[in-house]
Design a protein around this ligand. Structure first.
Ligand code: GPK
Length: 790
């Protein structure tokens, strides 16, 4: 396709789909016109993929996830279809800025963080590999809240991506299911019959996801909740307008907003409703599709693989048993076995507060039949495993992790370390009873978005050096290694990074009004704010460094820019304090005439996928500093390494595997190991001891307590200081010295710029294994037993 063709398509859509005259078109109109023109090119491969799947009798994979953090879709589609240059040229003589058009697209922020972004990377890889698959989730009207700062404090505002027309989705009025809640179970007949007393309609919206080079496209099907009856005409006629609209409002509530929690669970009835709503509609769709081609429901595992992304869709176990047993008449044992053959479960955290538990009472009132089936599943498990201690129901609560484990044929962790800890801790007994069930699938990231699109400079250099086969075969980046010896290559690599840093400096100047020096080291920590991720360790080290510079301003310090971004769950008070503290420290430090040549701090608001795409290519140093044993994997760590940042990190999550691959000499390791963390917690007054041994730490905490950064309100961070001096559960104090010292090694290393570049290039060359294509192949081979249809 030529750029003239694309332009003609675009003008046609502008005129006939949107009724706009090109002369009066806004950027948004151009973006919509381009989106539809590009979408037109996806529809044929999409249909082809569906036809091939039916014709070849292929097994299908269903990825059930409460979250899909996809971000923008237009550039992804353009890049995967190989239309980037064509699209750029199509705009060239229209006098419209192509970059502005791309950036006009709102992020689809239907996720909180790593878990949701992983689901989005998986969709890209499934399509690239040609594995027949559906993503199933919720079409939230409001994605993750928008974050801004008022006097340094996080303020949340609703996000409204769906207020404008959405270019990528197709509404499917024919694909709708009635989903029930509450009511009672009638057991008088041969089969139990659940009679819900509340019904909503789940309506499907499909987004095609095209893979690399347009060879295959899968579907992301998101469910929207609608009332069974649009409104109550009787109330309306009586003049009760609010009452008339009530059923609609109630139903729509279910798909209204994404819960803004990340690794902490909120015991809200609405959340459980959301979980059942999307799981039940997805399973009904799966069974319907299966029965359109096959008769024997017992054989479903041969054609159907259903992945539960965390326990959020864990109700899938009892629901599938209910569908097969109560509704389709299979004996309970057969129904359970068929369900287990289809289902598998990914665990994303070991943090006790994040493992979902639902009060039995709530479960029984919202899903009475499911509560009965959960008891039956648990009893069947007890019978099959005499003497077992573990149960799915405990202290009046249903434990969704245990339930998922019992109903899955495979359970996977997301990094080698995390999988090992799963076997030793949360699922120790279940692992003993079912030793083949737990497997590891270390996370990965899609190289199309996280290198090719987001870092065009580096991508071009890689293409010029080894060709473009790396885009869907990322391990080929290892071919770069032999070129690293070459001065020319190293300089070009350094220039790609430098140019990304200049671009980021411009962005920071324009959006924040802060000047940063592109020649300083860009040190970046971007992720949700959580005590275990230890943004407060980073800011304490920053304060200590600032003091060191102040005391010796004439020394030749290594200039740094500390960049933070990330949102805190609205109810997570401590995390919000950390944000406020970073902003307070930034204000003071950036205005310090003595130190500001060497140290700047920037906290960028409203972290999202698009901001990550800007930040990661410009990073020199990647902060991966969680308390060992707490970060299940991390995926930002992989994106940074792939883009040539060096990591300062603990032996946690996938950091372990990154270090193994890039080489210990190209990774700044610090801190305690996971077993050392466990041991350290038993030491009395561990924090106090660590503070006594580190004058830098003592001073930094003292500064916070003395109100150095909060002249107006010296009490503001009293509780952070108290926490650090007291329980310090995440061992910030105990790891501080090791971290501070390692940072000074980082300073020294950065001064030898050529050696640094070499290490950076080695990080890129050796990160190929972290492609989500590799992860998905692992799931296909070890869990789903599915094959590519290409
Ligand atoms: C884990 F439990 C959770 C959760 O609720 N949300 C979330 O994003 C993350 N995660 C882990 O914290 C990361 O370590 C991991 O890389 C990511 O899930 C994907 O597996």
């Amino acid at each position: 396709m030529t750029h003239a063709d694309l332009r003609a398509d675009m003008l046609r859509h502008l005129t006939y789909s949107f009724g706009k005259d090109p002369e009066h078109a806004h950027i948004r109109d151009w973006r919509m016109a381009l989106s539809l023109a590009v979408r037109d090119r996806i529809v044929d491969p999409w249909f082809d993929a569906t036809r091939k799947t039916y014709a070849g009798g292929h097994k299908r994979v269903y990825y059930l996830s409460m979250e899909f953090l996809i971000g923008r879709l237009l550039e992804d589609a353009i890049v995967n279809l190989g239309l980037l240059e064509t699209a750029r040229d199509a705009f060239a003589d229209l006098g419209v800025d192509f970059t502005e058009v791309l950036e006009n697209e709102p992020d689809a922020a239907l996720g909180n963080g790593g878990l949701g972004r992983l689901a989005a990377c998986f969709l890209d890889s499934l399509s690239t590999i040609g594995c027949p698959a559906y993503g199933y989730g919720i079409r939230y009207e409001h994605g993750l809240f928008r974050q801004s700062f008022v006097d340094g404090r996080q303020v949340e505002e609703p996000e409204d991506w769906l207020l404008q027309p959405h270019a990528w989705e197709f509404q499917r009025p024919e694909a709708a299911f009635e989903i029930g809640f509450g009511g009672s179970v009638d057991e008088s007949g041969r089969r139990a019959v659940w009679r819900p007393d509340e019904m909503v309609v789940a309506a499907a919206y499909d987004t095609p996801i095209v893979g690399w080079q347009g060879r295959w496209a899968n579907t992301l099907r998101l469910w929207s909740a609608k009332p069974v009856r649009a409104f109550d005409l009787e109330s309306f006629n009586r003049g009760d307008y609010v009452g008339a609209a009530a059923p609609e409002a109630l139903a729509r509530t279910i798909s209204r907003v994404l819960y803004p929690d990340d690794t902490t669970e909120q015991g809200k009835a609405l959340r459980l409703k959301q979980e059942y709503f999307f799981t039940a509609s997805s399973l009904r769709d799966v069974v319907r599709r299966y029965l359109s081609e096959h008769d024997d429901l017992r054989a479903m595992p041969e054609k159907v693989a259903i992945q539960l992304n965390d326990t959020h869709p864990a109700i899938a176990g009892p629901e599938l048993v209910r569908l097969l047993h109560d509704e389709k008449g299979l004996p309970f044992e057969d129904a359970e076995q068929a369900a287990r053959g289809c289902l598998s479960y990914t665990n994303h955290t070991l943090m006790p507060e994040a493992l979902e538990r639902w009060p039995e009472e709530l479960m029984a009132s919202l899903l009475p039949r499911h509560m009965q089936l959960i008891e039956r599943i648990d009893q069947a498990h007890a019978k099959a495993n005499p003497g077992r201690k573990v149960t799915a129901i405990e202290d009046g609560e249903v434990k969704m992790g245990e339930l998922s484990f019992m109903m899955a044929h495979k359970v996977n962790g997301v990094s080698a370390l995390h999988t090992g800890l799963m076997k030793e801790t949360v699922f120790a007994e279940l692992n003993r009873l079912h030793p083949d069930r737990i497997v590891n699938q270390t996370n990965g990231v899609t190289p199309r978005r996280w290198l090719l699109s987001s870092n065009p400079g580096l991508s071009r250099l890689i293409d010029d050096t080894i060709g473009n086969g790396w885009v869907d075969d990322l391990e080929r980046l290892s071919e770069l290694e032999s070129h690293i010896e070459d001065n020319g290559f190293r300089e070009a690599f350094a220039e790609a990074k430098a140019s990304n840093k200049r671009e980021l400096a411009r962005f920071v100047r324009e959006t924040e009004g802060v000047e940063i020096d592109p020649d300083a080291m860009f040190d970046i920590q971007i992720k949700r704010i959580h005590e275990y991720k230890r943004q407060h360790l980073n800011i304490l080290e920053t304060i200590a460094y600032w003091r060191a510079i102040q005391e010796n301003p004439d020394r030749d310090w290594t200039p740094r820019v500390k960049i933070f971004a990330g949102k805190a769950a609205p109810g997570y008070v401590f995390a919000k304090k950390i944000i406020h503290l970073v902003n307070d420290v930034a204000r003071m430090v950036n205005d310090d005439p003595v130190t500001s040549r060497f140290l700047k701090i920037v906290y960028l608001p409203n972290y999202n996928v698009s901001l990550a795409e800007r930040l990661i290519p410009a990073a020199d140093l990647s902060e991966q500093i969680s308390t060992a044993g707490k970060e299940a994997s991390g995926t930002g760590n992989m994106k940074f390494a792939l883009n040539g940042a060096l990591t300062i990190g603990t032996l946690d999550g996938a950091n372990v595997e990154i270090r193994e691959r890039v080489g210990a000499e190209n990774f700044f390791l610090f801190g305690m190991t996971a077993p050392e963390v466990v041991a350290r917690r038993t030491v009395a007054n561990h924090a106090e001891k660590a503070i006594a041994e580190s004058p830098e730490l003592a001073r930094a905490i003292g500064d916070i307590e003395d109100g150095v950064f909060t002249m107006d309100d010296p009490e503001r961070y009293r509780d952070i200081a108290q926490n650090l001096r007291g329980a310090d559960y995440f061992l910030v104090c105990s790891d501080f010295s090791s971290y501070y010292d390692k940072q000074r090694e980082v300073d020294a290393a950065y001064r030898n710029r050529d050696e640094w570049n070499q290490k950076a290039a080695l990080n890129t060359a050796r990160s190929g294994w972290f492609s989500s294509d590799r992860t998905i192949r692992g799931y296909m081979n070890d869990i789903w037993m599915a094959r590519s249809a290409l």
